[in-house]
Design a protein around this ligand. Structure first.
Ligand SMILES: Nc1ncnc2c1ncn2[C@@H]1O[C@H](COP(=O)(O)OP(=O)(O)O)[C@@H](O)[C@H]1O
Ligand SMILES: [Mg+2]
Length: 333
């Protein structure tokens, strides 16, 4: 049943990138395969909710964010916003209303700010391209966004250039650009991973404050489980393009069910608790390539608890508690 409170909903979302085959493949018409970056995920985000998408590098996090913000097209599945199927909405003008409601903060965007643009130009850009404001109104909206992102008073920043700002201030400029359009959902891709620990907390406070003040929703992408616990209401754990566990931030952190989540948790000593620690040694080996996803449960090649069924059959999402699911055969029965 669709939850009527869902703002964003991903249904069996899939993004496969075709691999260019060699000459021989083409001559004999052999399919060259695909990188299964996102391999069928179901996820919902409610209004005013902060959901963290957690996974190692290469697990598909950025690709999920790009699909949600309509920068990448899924190869299968559906993207719904407020119950409307927006999967096939394309083109600048058709996407304008959606872009006004859903914004993305890119990984390391603040390092790539145009050095010749002032803070005003950078924050005004989305407002201009979405034709939301001009003239005096534009200046007001830019100033309002700077204040919301913690750059106060805005007059101190409007005519400055990126090189005149600290890393934390540059990241605030990026956040202000996303905020300027007054979105209802922000997808933030590793927004603090390159910042000093002391600045991280301030930036996180800005993001959480937006939810509290504006009931904005946030999909917070990170590889850092403790950070996810700190900021999110719910956590979704991604492994090789598939969600292996979803639940409340506390459940995922202190009562994880999936062996992969337990391994992630055990790898971070700052999180207390011993659930599953004894039976679950540390993670072995490397993440397999998304071009060669293991059969059965895709985690079985690294899972010390795997048994025969795991090698041949992919586990479904199994309910292990209220709004807590784990895709592991051990969770069954
Ligand atoms: N445009 C692309 N073409 C081919 N493969 C891609 C492309 N974008 C991402 N991938 C691959 O998809 C997988 C997931 O990438 P990504 O979404 O960037 O993961 P994450 O953000 O979790 O590090 C990786 O194996 C990556 O190499
Ligand atoms: Mg990424």
């Amino acid at each position: 049943m669709a939850d009527t409170a869902d703002m964003l909903r991903l249904e069996n979302l899939q993004v496969h990138f075709p691999i260019q085959g060699g000459l021989l493949d083409r001559v004999v018409g052999r399919p060259a395969g695909a990188v299964r970056a996102v391999d069928g995920i179901d996820l919902n985000v409610r209004r005013g909710e902060i959901v963290a998408l957690v996974g190692e590098s290469g697990s598909g996090k950025t690709t999920v964010g790009r699909v949600i913000t309509k920068l990448a097209q899924p190869t299968a599945g559906r993207l719904l916003f407020e119950g409307h199927d927006v999967t096939s909405v394309q083109g600048l003008s058709a996407l304008r209303p959606y872009r006004q409601r859903v914004q993305m903060i890119f990984q390391d965007a603040y390092q790539a700010l145009n050095p010749r643009h002032t803070v005003f130009d950078i924050v005004a850009e989305p407002l201009r391209s979405l034709r939301l404001a001009s003239g005096k109104h534009l200046t007001e909206r830019v100033s309002e966004a700077l204040v919301s992102a913690g750059l106060n008073p805005p007059s101190d920043f409007l005519s400055r250039f990126p090189h005149e700002l600290s890393g934390g201030q540059r990241q605030r400029v990026v956040i202000a650009g996303a905020l300027a359009v007054r979105p209802e959902l922000i997808v933030a891709d590793e927004p603090v991973s390159m910042l000093d620990v002391s600045i991280r907390a301030q930036i996180l406070q800005v993001l959480v404050g937006l939810r509290d003040k504006r009931n904005m929703a946030l999909l917070f992408i990170t590889h850092d489980l403790p950070l996810a616990w700190l900021i999110a209401d719910r956590i979704a754990v991604l492994y090789l393009g598939k969600l292996v566990e979803i639940g409340s931030a506390d459940e995922i952190t202190f009562n994880p069910h999936h062996p992969y989540t337990i391994a992630l948790r055990n790898a971070t000593p700052q999180i207390g608790g011993n659930a599953g620690r004894a039976e679950m040694p540390t993670l072995q080996g490397e993440v397999p390539s998304a071009a060669h996803v293991p059969k059965g449960c895709r985690f079985h090649t690294r899972c010390p608890l795997a048994f025969d069924l795991c090698k041949v059959k992919e586990p479904p999402a199994i309910e292990v508690g209220p709004r807590h699911v784990s895709a592991c055969w051990r969770s069954e029965g």
